[in-house]
Design a protein around this ligand. Structure first.
Ligand code: LMR
Length: 347
């Protein structure tokens, strides 16, 4: 973990906070310090590891966060972004955060369910009418309680970012009726709700890290997978799959996590700059996620490689009905209260 505890550094950051305050009051938007002149050993380095492409919503937001933080701290804080599982992959990221090998990660919420089973609420099929519905839920009592859970494991949930709603891809047949899933094998993220979802559709599942999915689709190890358009497009799943069903059946989003000890060790003014910048980038990320998914779907359509289906209202209703037992199964595991709070939204 980056050390920031020396007295000299504390004094330095107090002075810097004062300078930032004065320049802010003076309406000065330029960095207060030329970061080129900041000595390497004076910097706070934040390693931000994630698994998606640079041109995914998460990749774009991580990069924007890094750029704004560099600009706003005059280079004193350097956020180094490692996209595409280049530093740590699924299953390694949380350990890396705990040991201080990295300071920020943004895993998909489904991947948190082994440690925090209640996060499977966000995996429930057809739970949220739109992304705004997810944001409202997360800002409410259940969402706040979910975010507070990280503290029990020495982490802090700083923000929620969207990837979007998941669609289905496969290489056997168009997926329109629940029975179309029969005997197919799907790659999933590690979450019992996702296991149950495919089991109820008559399919089997295979859990694997995100960076292995492309290979598994190409080799035929699995027949299909579920993901957002931006992941399908940026990982080129559309190159090895034949069918895409635009089902919007489930949410895929991220928690931006940090190590609590590291975060609290930061000088207060730096922490505030990071938190304000993250809040601003989060708003930007939400609109980017919608735009990027739209733009990349148009690109997939233009390339014409995938056979694309849109569920009719009647088909969607049949999926919803087939998947309803997922809610009761989750209620048995985590309690009916939180599941009912999502059911209310789904009505
Ligand atoms: C997946 O594993 O399919 C996604 O969670 C990857 C991601 O981070 O969007």
């Amino acid at each position: 973990m980056t050390g920031v505890g020396t007295m000299a550094r504390k004094i330095f950051f107090c002075l810097m906070g004062f300078v930032l305050l004065v320049s802010g009051l003076a309406g000065c938007s330029k960095p207060v310090t030329d970061h080129q002149q900041v000595a390497k050993n004076e910097k706070i380095v934040i390693k931000f590891s994630h698994v998606t492409a640079e041109n995914s919503p998460k990749g774009l937001a991580a990069k924007r966060f890094a750029d704004l933080v560099r600009e706003r701290t005059g280079g004193y804080v350097e956020v180094q972004v490692f996209p595409n599982s280049t530093l740590y992959k699924d299953g390694e990221e949380i350990d890396a955060l705990e040991t201080g090998a990295v300071q920020m990660i943004a895993p998909a919420t489904s991947k948190l369910s082994a440690l925090f089973p209640e996060w499977q609420l966000l995996d429930l099929p057809f739970a949220f009418p739109d992304l705004q519905g997810v944001h409202t839920f997360m800002a409410g009592p259940v969402g706040r309680q979910l975010l507070a859970q990280f503290q029990t494991k020495g982490m802090l949930g700083l923000a929620m970012w969207d990837s979007g709603f998941k669609e289905m891809t496969d290489n056997k047949r168009p997926l329109l009726k629940p029975s179309d899933f029969q005997a197919l094998r799907f790659r999933i993220m590690p979450s019992q709700v996702l296991r149950d979802q495919f089991e109820l559709l008559g399919a089997s599942t295979y859990e694997m890290p995100f960076n292995d999915v492309g290979r598994a689709l190409t080799s035929g190890q699995v027949d299909g997978e579920e993901n957002t358009i931006s992941n399908i497009y940026t990982q080129e799943f559309d190159q090895s799959q034949k069918y895409l069903t635009l089902s919007d059946h489930g949410y895929l989003g991220y928690v931006v996590l940090t190590n609590a000890q590291f975060w609290h060790s930061l000088p207060a003014n730096i922490r505030k700059t990071l938190e304000d910048t993250l809040a601003e980038v989060t708003q930007w990320e939400w609109s980017q996620a919608e735009e990027v998914n739209k733009r990349q779907l148009a690109e997939i359509e233009k390339q014409g490689r995938l056979h694309i289906e849109r569920l009719t209202p009647a088909e969607k209703q049949a999926w919803e009905q087939a998947l309803r037992p997922v809610y009761d199964r989750l209620a048995e595991r985590i309690g009916a209260g939180p599941v009912n709070s999502v059911k209310e939204l789904a009505k």
